[in-house]
Ligand binder design. Sequence first.
Ligand code: SAM
Ligand code: SF4
Length: 329
Amino acid sequence: MSALVDGFGRTVRYLRISVTDRCDFRCVYCMAEEMTFLPRAQLLTLEEIATLSQAFVELGVEKIRLTGGEPLVRQGVLTLVQKLGELEGLRELAMTTNGSGLVKHADALRQGGLDRLNISLDSLKPERFKALTRTGDLSQVIAGIRAARQAGFTSIKLNAVLLKGRNDDEILDLVSFARDEEVDISFIEEMSLGTISEHNRGETYLSSDAVRETIEQHHQLLPTTETSLGPSRYYRMPGSASRIGFISPHSHNFCDACNRVRVTAEGRLLLCLGNEDSVDLRAIMRRYPGDTHRLKATIVAAVTKKPERHYFTTDGEVQILRFMNATGG
Ligand code: SAM
Ligand code: SF4
């Protein structure tokens, strides 16, 4: 039984935690080229993240995803994975990563109890990949995807943010790659999180329906009701184990079924990706160390105020000032 029910009858079962706002990439849709990151003292410590996670699990959360920024650049994240992997009641521990650290860390993550990996991959062309991530090395990420499979991960999903005119000519290549590597892939509509000057988000918007039509010209897509507790709508392709997902914050509002909350790298509990309301859980933990009763009561009260929906628009207008790396994607 979950104690986390909001004012619209939705039960929160899924927590995403940003373990750092830092990253070794600077993806053009996610960050500005020059970023100022949080001073270390403002980040939740790993102990605080573990305390929070335990409180959420005791309140009924079944799935935790570690994200960022890039979670694998946070020192000690492997120890955190191990600790969370032991939480009784947690059904699934997942991570979203840009893949650059997987050659090094995939084995330890798997052994530490991580169940699921989402790996971001927006292009299969090395130069374009470099341009989109500003610093990334495609071959390292592809080697990382393979290292994850070798390490025994069976639930791997690629995430591709599609920008019209930038990488939408690679939709079918990305699908073929996912099929060849026997992994799932989700296509994501870009969201207006943070002010960027690199491109106009209104001009690069591409709807999931357009992406699906492109794929359907070559592959039959059979809708499924399968869910990973996240916002992806999944399709299966006959003759392949890979699933195709669509994350469509604009064209298919997924707020009705939202079961998620997020904790930012500084310990703010965000009740919705598209709203600024938050509750400072770090302040509670630092003012009342060891008082898990108070921490849990704060979380329960906060969840009752979860907003009904987000109000992203496709015109590129910024509604939310924080970047995705601060929020935890
Ligand atoms: N660094 C890790 C990564 O890239 O996978 C984890 C954090 S990243 C913020 C999580 C996901 O958010 C990535 O799949 C990324 O492509 C996506 N993302 C970042 N900014 C976005 C935006 N403005 N709109 C849509 N997706 C975005
Ligand atoms: Fe880093 Fe992920 Fe943002 Fe890219 S999307 S800059 S990899 S946090």
